[in-house]
Design a binder for this molecule. Sequence first.
Ligand SMILES: [Zn+2]
Length: 252
Amino acid sequence: MHAIPSGPPEYPEIMTTYVICGEKTAIIDPGPSNSVVDLGFVDTASYVILTHLHIDHVGLVKETMERYKEAKIVMKSGYRKYLTTDEGVRRLNESAREVLGDLVDVYGEVEKTRDDVIEVEDGDTVDLGGKKISVIYTPGHAKHHISLFYEGMLFAGDSAGAVLNGVMMPTTPPPIDLEGYKESIKKQISLSPFSVGLSHGGIVDGKFLEEYLNLVNKGEFNVTEEDLDIGGEKGEMLKKHFRINMKGLKGE
Ligand SMILES: [Zn+2]
């Protein structure tokens, strides 16, 4: 298993892409289209698994699918049109701009990809040739959000918080289903993962989930101006993201 920074050049570590190498290889969330990700060590890939369809996770899918000709996209059933049709992609970019504003220009827009999709549901598995990745449906952050469980490790996407600049942060942008979000974290806790791979913050201990859920329940995060004030474009991005996520958490 590999964890690779895949954010934009302005903030590479804002995003982490995971690669699981078995007999077959799976890439989880390639990152935004303006990504620094280096997948040079991956010769062939069978799956490009998407935890959900937000632009910072799927912008690079088109290029990744062009590079790995044999790969199939794995995603929650019912949403493939948002990646594989002109109209769907247009709407995906449009709603990203409504929520993220000009951050969309930092991440880059999504382009239509080839329609080679395996649609999955809760409880399905992705076969790496022997070992299997389990699909856990974890709605809340988005209706189309899945998490992946593999050999005791959970890949939580954006369903269980973030750690940026060493600080725990919410992943609750509007429109969020906060009740569903909390239920999803409880479901993840019940799996007792030893580690959790976050899309925004890398790998954390399994205990992270309970700590994070406590903060979501409180509706308050211990994040100071100083935590966010890391300067330059990075600082701007961090502040914008935190503001957007607190809006969702407060139901604004
Ligand atoms: Zn994200």
